[in-house]
Ligand binder design. Structure first.
Ligand code: FUL
Length: 472
């Protein structure tokens, strides 16, 4: 057990999300769509020499994408408006390497953003800083001007944008030169034109989880050292970091523990930097017909959803459009089945049929609000109590296999250890012990018959602030 320290813990819980970060966490699950000339060359990385004429999605229908995405319960699409090959899915004024030179002629960005807005989901922009086509690449300010001009087009002409996704991949351009990106200028442009948009990966708002395989850490923290963020930026900025004193030791995106109390309690600068897991429904990011048999099954997708969204990260799931410009029927079927599984599992919160109580005498908030999923009601104990217990006694015995816990993250991430205990006729039938909760924790337990559930917070910073409990 760690030594309690009121002052250090108070400092930790003063680190909270911005409004844009909060909105993104509430979005929970959204799609990536990787679409460019690679879809036609059957490659994953284009080299910038592809002819515009190969881009020809004859049945392109962004509404079909949105429908499929919504069926799975996703709340947005981030489109690769420009990938490393430099081909623009919109008719950019600043280059000829765009859809305008293709038989398609239209504006993919416009159609996808319109369909998203019409369907009531968010639209996000992936714009690769690495551009293997632009002659300006590697000429510092000239390329930065070009890149900022493109950002301005995308952030001014397509309505509200919830996300700008900056990839860390950075190599040579067509002149064999590398570019040193003026990140701060890019960030300022985004804040000025789309203040509600989060900047992901090589950016200050959303942290890359460190892999592309869909793995979430056992304990995923949102309050982490500020240098976690700097490292991401520096890493993508190529060999610029050569000082490695112990204090400034690198924290890699792949490290297992980024924010437990012991690790960060003496850290100078802390930030709210929540994780996002990005992975593809197929082996590749782009569509390859030979992968039609490798679409993740609904069960695999459901597992991915529960471990990521239910593990204090957001989930960015890639669905690559085909050469025709549609989501493949296999992907659509998997997404629809996933949506049904999520809907069925989480439809009926058994807590609605329970008597709730807290036996912690100094409870500062009424416990009854926690069966409703909102942040206005939350349950906590008075400051520096660190523990809490909530008991739900059901009207009869139920078979259950999921417990969902949420913290009111407006008050930071506080819980470091908890337990869920299920009882039947006064006897313990199952115990689950966990670490973090954060925005959302989905506790999966084997189906048990129980008539009472106890949620015990074993340790938290200052005091817990639980905003939701669901039992299914
Ligand atoms: C990587 C890229 O190189 C891949 O092509 C893909 O876009 C993935 C999301 O990020 O860094």
């Amino acid at each position: 057990m760690r030594t309690a320290d009121n002052e250090k813990e108070s400092r930790l819980v003063s680190v909270v999300p911005s409004d844009r970060q909060l909105s993104l966490m509430q979005r929970e699950f959204y799609a990536f769509a990787h679409f460019t000339v690679n879809t036609y060359t059957n490659r994953e990385w284009g080299d910038g020499t592809e002819k515009e004429s190969i881009f020809d999605p004859v049945k392109f229908d962004a509404r079909q994408w949105v429908k499929a995405v919504k069926a799975a319960g996703m709340k947005g699409i981030i489109l690769t408006c420009k990938h490393h090959d430099g081909f623009c899915l919109w008719p950019s004024k600043y280059t000829d390497h765009t859809v305008a030179g293709s038989p398609f002629k239209g504006d993919v960005v416009k159609e996808v953003s319109d369909a998203c807005h019409e369907g009531g989901i968010g639209f996000g922009v992936y714009l690769s800083p690495w551009d293997r086509n632009s002659k300006l690449y590697g000429q510092s300010k000239a390329y930065d001007d070009y890149f900022v001009n493109q950002l301005e087009e995308l952030l001014s002409n397509y309505g509200e944008v919830f996300s700008v996704w900056f990839d860390g991949a950075c190599g040579e351009g067509p002149n064999g030169k590398k570019q040193y990106y003026d990140w701060n200028r890019y960030y300022e442009t985004i804040r000025r034109l789309q203040p509600g948009a989060c900047i992901h990966v090589c950016g200050p708002d959303v942290r890359w989880c460190g892999n592309e395989a869909g793995h979430t850490r056992v304990s995923e923290w949102s309050v982490v050292p500020e240098r976690t963020r700097d490292t991401e930026k520096i890493a993508s900025d190529s060999q610029q970091s050569d000082d490695t004193s112990f204090r400034e030791r690198e924290i890699k995106a792949s490290d297992e523990d980024l924010g437990s109390y012991g690790l960060i309690c003496d850290e100078d600068k802390l930030v709210w930097y929540p994780a996002e897991v990005d992975t593809s429904i197929r082996p590749g990011w782009f569509y390859h017909s030979e992968e039609d048999g490798d679409v993740k099954t609904p069960e695999e997708l459901f597992d991915l959803y529960e471990t990521t969204v239910g593990g204090n990260t957001t989930l960015l799931l890639n669905i690559p459009p085909t050469r025709e410009g549609l989501f493949h029927s296999k992907d659509v079927e998997a997404l629809e089945a996933l949506g049904r599984m999520i809907g069925e599992t989480y439809r009926d919160n058994l807590l609605e049929r329970a008597k709730l109580s807290s036996d912690t005498d100094d409870g500062v908030h009424d416990v009854s609000g926690i069966r409703k999923d909102d942040y206005d009601t939350w349950y906590g104990t008075s400051d520096y109590t660190r523990t809490a217990r909530i008991t739900a006694t059901f009207d009869k015995e139920y078979t259950l296999n999921r417990v969902v816990l949420k913290e009111n993250v407006k008050l930071s991430q506080r819980i470091e250890g908890f337990r869920v205990i299920a009882y039947r006729g006064g006897r313990e039938v199952f115990v689950y012990e966990g670490t973090v909760v954060g925005y959302k924790k989905i506790v999966r337990i084997p189906a048990v018959a129980a008539d009472r559930i106890e949620i015990e917070v074993l340790d938290s910073r200052v005091a817990p602030a639980i905003s939701f409990v669901g039992v299914y």
